[in-house]
Design a protein around this ligand. Structure first.
Ligand code: ZN
Length: 139
């Protein structure tokens, strides 16, 4: 994936394996990682990020004449649906995308938030501390 010009981007570092993070899912086009949580925020059992491998700042910067850009959003939603099918209970979930600083985007590499009150067996251990040991900071 061409990430040339993506300087100091934590998501590009993760995608390029320069910053070790557990990838719950990975395809040719995207990765799924744990969201880092601010201290004292309510922690949902599943609070993850679906991230395109291509450095796209946010959805305002999608170029629909580019085949990758033209299909990546549906691939992200498809991944969300696939994860939903692996969840316990109803599999109900939220997805959201922050586009720009005024919309509370903090990492300027497009990503979709996926949250659920259900469990994701085999991926996120509800009895483990994988939600907590991701370190300081948030993304
Ligand atoms: Zn990036």
């Amino acid at each position: 994936m061409d990430n040339v010009g993506a300087y100091a981007c934590i998501f590009c570092d993760i995608i390029n394996k320069n910053a070790p993070r557990t990838m719950y899912e990975e395809t040719d086009d995207l990765v799924v990682i744990q969201k880092r949580i601010k201290p004292r925020k309510i922690e949902l059992p599943v609070n993850i990020l679906i991230i395109p491998k291509k450095h796209i700042i946010n959805f305002k910067h999608l170029d629909f004449t580019d085949p990758y850009d033209a299909t990546i959003v549906s691939k992200m939603v498809c991944m969300a649906q696939n994860i939903s099918k692996q969840l316990t209970g109803t599999g109900d979930f939220w997805i959201s995308v922050n586009n720009g600083a005024k919309a509370k985007q903090t990492v300027f590499h497009s990503h979709m938030h996926f949250k659920s009150w259900e469990q994701w067996p085999g991926k996120i251990d509800p009895l483990g501390d994988s939600n907590k040991k991701s370190g300081a900071g948030h993304d």
